[in-house]
Design a protein around this ligand. Structure first.
Ligand SMILES: [Zn+2]
Length: 374
């Protein structure tokens, strides 16, 4: 429809609806102003409401269209700490990521903190022969890498917020996330007891936030109760990996953390990829059990779950973990010339924020610290 026809059409509506106070075209002054521009004969495709370009024609007005802007404070950087003090080993399947010994942690993190890094999530990687056993004893070994790293970071980089992943799979000889019965099936009650003890050890060592990723039923309640009993529940954030799906996107992480199950898989405790209703139930359960933050993992293939999490946990922060396989895929795609790495890193992360997350666990964190300054 040409603009002049549109004006005629609107004038017609105006005369018909002159008593309709809700109609913008019923105001006489407005109708006259359209008529006065009739000579321009500007052609537009639809009615006035179809005109959106002005709202995003400038980089700043484009940014204003997002409900959440990516900021440095939203990012948590995963760090792998080994029991070999001087180790600094690149992880082949995770580009630009390394396994760090205790002596490397502060020199590695210091420049990132100066660039604005606010938070890390720690994973322990015991490499010493015999470090793993059926109970995951090394998880809360006072001489082990994670407990040492918590205290070291709190002492040396006091401005950094320390989140610690809580699980047994990096420390158990069988590589599963809990304690097993003799037949190899999961002993949920013992697993919850053990996982909550490990969480307490991290909390008492100074972790700001403990993040159980084991998916054993009832572990959030057990950890919360122990935090309350210990009198530290007011200072320790409890972030639940509430909706953690099983799948093939964890490969590079297991390579990094040495946590591949020696038999079977994790399907009895991680969620099936199609299980949207189950995820919603797990999220509700973990809120009821005392979680302070709800996490969804992986992120990009589960944006509907992130959206569900924000819907269910309206008054809580929602975190999403862009896992190792997602990160490695973006790197592989960029290397193959499919897209530009930085553009895709932003696009994927903005998608995660748009879905509802306000916290993103991301291997891109060091690069975002630079990119967000530009
Ligand atoms: Zn695990």
């Amino acid at each position: 429809m040409s603009f002049s026809n549109l004006v005629k059409d609107m004038s017609f509506k105006d005369s018909k609806n002159s008593d309709d106070s809700r109609s913008t075209v019923s105001r006489p002054g407005l109708a006259r102003s359209y008529t006065s521009t009739q000579a321009t004969s500007v052609s537009i495709a639809g009615d006035i409401k179809s005109q959106l370009h002005a709202g995003y024609s400038h980089p700043l007005s484009r940014a204003w269209q997002a409900e959440r802007q990516l900021t440095k404070a939203m990012l948590i950087y995963p760090i792998f700490v080994t029991d070999n003090p001087d180790e600094f080993t690149p992880i082949p399947s995770l580009p630009n990521q390394n396994r760090l010994g205790l002596n490397q942690v502060v020199p590695f993190l210091q420049p990132l903190v100066e660039q604005g890094l606010r938070s890390v999530i720690l994973f322990g990687v015991p490499l010493a022969p015999g470090a793993k056993d059926a109970l995951g004893t090394a998880a809360d070994d006072p001489e082990g890498p994670v407990l040492q790293a918590i205290q070291l970071i709190r002492r040396s980089l006091p401005q950094l917020y320390v989140v610690v992943d809580v699980c047994l799979c990096e420390y158990t000889s069988h590589g599963h996330c809990g304690i097993l019965y003799e037949d190899g099936s999961l002993n949920n009650a013992m697993s919850v007891e053990r996982v909550s003890d490990v969480a307490m050890a991290y909390a008492k060592a100074g972790a700001h936030c403990v993040a159980p990723s084991d998916m054993n039923d009832g572990r959030i309640r057990a950890i919360k109760l122990k935090l309350i009993e210990e009198g530290i529940s007011h200072r320790v954030n409890l972030m639940s990996y509430a909706a953690k799906f099983s799948g093939c996107l964890y490969g590079p992480f297991r390579d990094a953390a040495g946590s591949c199950p020696s038999f079977g898989d994790r399907k009895c405790y991680q969620l099936p990829p199609g299980g949207r209703g189950l995820a919603r139930r797990a999220i509700r359960r973990d809120i009821d059990e005392g979680a302070d933050i709800i996490m969804v993992k992986p992120a990009s293939s589960y944006l509907d779950i992130i959206s569900d999490a924000k819907d269910i946990a309206k008054d809580m922060p929602v975190a999403a973990y862009q896992v190792s396989g997602e990160y490695a895929m973006i790197h592989a795609g960029a290397k193959a010339g499919v897209f530009d790495l930085k553009t895709m890193a932003f696009e994927s992360t903005e998608g995660i924020l748009r879905a509802g997350a306000g916290i993103v666990v991301s291997y891109f964190t060091p690069q975002f610290l630079t990119w967000l300054d530009a």
